[in-house]
Design a protein. Structure first.
Length: 234
């Protein structure tokens, strides 16, 4: 569904990604793990059209979308739940969700999607008139996921969805990712909780200093001594 081929990304003279290649099969959860500053968010933003790679290809269903503007990438069916949630704080819950449905691809079926999101996250239905900035961190993360789903994506990139959340809320958010995948959504998961993300993922990649240094099934990487020492403290 998504294939990254040898992409390089720079911020000025600083190289953020160096020859990164990976594949995301349709229907899979693919995890991308690594330390802070490894290039994970740069990769997500580049796929989403927020950064232009200096070299390489980004193939989505066979079309090279490298360098496309982000609104065109979204309208192809590539969604993003950004790090830090990025809700519109002064807009209501309902208005935030409506913003997610502004893509041309999302106009048909908008009301049905809205009802399914309210069924998935009942607290959002209860607080639909409340300003998004007054929600708890967990509720804002639910809203960010719901807003992304309003765009009718076929692939969603989750960038650190558990960051800053209480442990019980983290479990609920990651369960949502698993449930969405079971319903047919292809997922890319960038997550600080390495053990949980590798358990969820069918395949995973380790990024270090902008390069892919390891890849394999989630289960295989979970048992890899290098991963266990570097990220699991074992």
């Amino acid at each position: 569904m998504l294939r990254i081929e040898d992409i390089d990304v720079f911020y000025g003279d600083a190289q953020a990604l160096d020859g990164v290649s990976l594949e995301v099969p349709e229907g899979a959860i693919v995890a991308i793990v690594g330390a802070n500053g490894a290039g994970k968010t740069s990769l997500i933003r580049t796929i989403a059209g927020m950064h232009r790679p200096a070299r390489g290809r980004i193939l989505y269903r066979g079309a090279d979308i490298a360098g496309w503007p982000s609104h065109k990438v979204c309208n192809l069916g590539v969604g993003q739940v950004a790090e830090g949630r990025q809700v519109f704080p002064t807009l209501s819950v309902a208005e935030n969700l409506a913003m997610g449905a502004m893509l041309p691809r999302a106009r048909a079926g908008r009301e049905q999607r809205l009802e399914s999101i309210y069924a998935m996250f009942p607290v959002l239905a209860e607080r639909r008139a409340q300003a998004a900035g007054t929600l708890s961190g967990g509720e804002q993360q639910m809203l960010a996921i719901g807003r992304c789903l309003m765009g009718a994506p076929e692939l969603v990139m989750f960038d650190e969805p558990s960051l800053g959340l209480a442990p019980a809320v983290v479990q609920a958010v990651l369960k949502t990712v698993r449930d969405l995948n079971r319903d047919g959504l292809t997922c890319v998961l960038v997550e600080q909780n390495v053990a949980v993300s590798l358990k969820l993922a069918s395949h995973a990649y380790v990024l270090e200093n902008g390069r892919v240094t390891l890849s394999g099934t989630g289960e295989a990487l979970l048992g890899d001594d290098r991963v266990r020492r570097a990220y699991l403290g074992l």
